[in-house]
Design a protein around this ligand. Structure first.
Ligand code: ADP
Ligand code: MG
Length: 509
């Protein structure tokens, strides 16, 4: 009997030891998995880091590439396109003007009434999402949709005028894709970006396509200005504040433009403008430099994109991509461990995590990060995630956004450096001057785009980095001003200032 009891006791002890060992083993393994994820996060953070020294290298690279792009056609990944906009609106414009803005996810139609003296007397805007299927169909279908939407808008808002009565109305057209401009109101599409792929449009004159669609719909309107969204933003910035010298758009995609001296546009010899300057559309989304902190996630995103080896800067910065970088990091962590529970196939779906959702997780200020939990569950099918994992997700969002904002900031300072507004001597003959120049001038950069205007942490990181790179002596002279809907309003203003001018102000001798 005694032996039996002893035997049972030993068996129980062995059993509990075994259970304990299994549990300890599990805990050790789970701790190991946790640490491997933490290590992966650290590595990602390190690879994506943007200390100010690295940002200054990006600043210099941007200025040098700008110079190279102006020196010769194809001299840089920066196209540095001529816009034929040599005079920016100055506030004296008046009358009613329409504008169309085709860019990223949304399409906008505007009607503004300018009253001179820097005033806008009336402003109507309508936003419409572009139906996904039209982004990859034919140019005719695409422009028919736009013309029809404009027609309906004119009918609704046009002071009860029938479209046929709207004669001679000048229209500004903001088309936020790379266009080789041939005059202020004509230009051919170089390539699509941001998920658009209407193949028959490439190399066609976009104004001609629009103008034809307008006639098909019976709208007698004249496209007086074809501009890029960044140029429109610069125009509206300048309308309000004459110290505005550059504009940056950070929304679904990203781009920038600035006012350059005509004689610095070396690739266009004999360029004469009445103002002595011309707005250059940088197409900075395609900027590239070995100083950019690229990670394996960026490489994968690029390789799987519709435009591999293209728009490298845009893919690190803009709203189309940030959420997807976060998704990729979470996906890799989930494959390497079970910290997110069983692997969710949603994690393999490109663009399933949009940037606004990522921003909502990043900006979740509830104590238990309930918004993070909700988005993980609803968007990624990841259920019941402990708080420390939710914090990890927030951290991933932070790394991605901080890098994007700081790189955009470096790009902005790069432009200022190119035109000698960063407190240094600027750039001549492709060489950076490192010396501080004496005179500091108030410099305004107009900023537009949903990422900057709606994502507070992104905006704060960007503003902070501009000040950090410039240093406290120069930073107070540089002002970033939000121009909401600037792109469209600016196009209408440019239509106004161009229709007012009867002579061509740009000549190439
Ligand atoms: P578009 O660039 O398409 O012309 P917007 O300038 O309005 O349009 O920018 C829209 C983009 O901005 C979205 O694709 C998204 O990436 C980003 N965005 C919009 N709202 C937010 C938000 N609340 N948080 C983060 N990103 C946002
Ligand atoms: Mg836009």
């Amino acid at each position: 009997m005694g032996k039996l009891v002893l035997g049972l006791a030993v068996a129980c002890a062995v059993g509990s030891c075994a259970i304990a060992a299994v549990m300890v083993g599990r805990r050790v393994r789970s701790r190991r998995r946790w640490w491997s994820v933490v290590r992966a996060l650290d590595e990602f953070e390190e690879a994506a880091s943007t200390p100010v020294g690295r940002l200054r290298q990006v600043v210099d690279a941007m200025a040098v590439e700008m110079h190279a792009g102006l020196a010769s056609e194809g001299g840089s990944k920066l196209k540095m396109l001529l816009t034929f906009v040599d005079n920016l609106p100055d506030g004296s414009e008046s009358g009613i003007y329409y504008a169309l803005h085709v860019g990223g996810t949304n399409f906008r139609i505007l009607r503004i009434q300018l009253g001179g003296q820097r005033s806008i007397l009336g402003h109507d805007v309508e936003r419409k999402p572009i139906p996904q299927h039209l982004m990859t169909r034919t140019s005719e279908e695409f422009f028919d949709f736009i013309a029809l939407s404009l027609k309906e808008f004119v009918e609704r808002k046009g002071n009860n005028l029938q479209p046929s009565q709207v004669r001679g109305n000048d229209l500004g057209f903001t088309f936020s894709f790379p266009v080789k401009q041939t005059s202020v109101s004509s230009g051919t599409l170089i390539k699509w970006t941001k998920g658009f792929a209407i193949d028959d449009m490439v190399e066609k004159d976009v104004v001609e396509c629009l103008q034809k669609a307008l006639s098909r719909r019976g709208l007698d309107m004249n496209v007086a200005a074809l501009v890029n969204d960044s140029v429109g933003t610069l125009a509206v910035g300048h309308f309000y504040d004459k110290d505005t010298v550059a504009a940056v758009v950070i929304g679904t995609g990203t781009n920038a433009c600035y006012l350059e001296r005509a004689d610095a546009i070396i690739k266009c010899q004999g360029l004469l403008t009445t103002s002595g300057g011309m707005v250059i559309n940088m197409e900075w989304g395609n900027f590239w430099s070995s100083h950019l902190p690229r990670t394996s996630y960026d490489m994968d995103l690029d390789a799987e994109s519709q435009n591999p080896n293209d728009q490298g800067f845009e893919k690190m910065i803009s709203g189309m991509y940030l959420g997807d970088i976060v998704r990729r990091v979470i996906c890799k962590m989930s494959l390497a461990s079970d910290i997110f529970g069983p692997f969710s196939s949603k994690l393999s779906t490109r663009f399933v995590l949009s940037t606004p959702l990522m921003a909502a997780m990043h900006e979740d200020d509830s104590p238990d990060l309930s918004e993070v939990a909700k988005i993980l569950e609803e968007t990624l099918d990841i259920y019941v995630v402990p708080l420390k994992i939710r914090k990890l997700v927030v951290k991933i969002c932070d790394v991605v956004t901080r890098r994007a904002a700081r790189l955009a900031a470096a790009g902005i300072v790069g432009i200022l450096k190119k035109i000698g507004r960063d407190g240094t001597g600027g750039i001549t003959s492709g060489r950076i001057k490192g010396v501080r120049s004496g005179k500091l001038r108030r410099t305004v950069v107009a900023v537009e785009g949903g990422l900057y205007t709606s994502y507070t942490i992104f905006r704060e990181y960007l503003n902070e980095a501009v000040a950090e790179i410039l240093g406290e002596e120069i930073a107070p002279y540089v002002i970033l001003k939000v121009m909401e809907d600037g792109a469209g309003i600016g196009a209408a203003m440019l239509a106004a200032s161009n229709s007012a001018r009867s002579v061509d102000t740009v000549q190439v001798l």
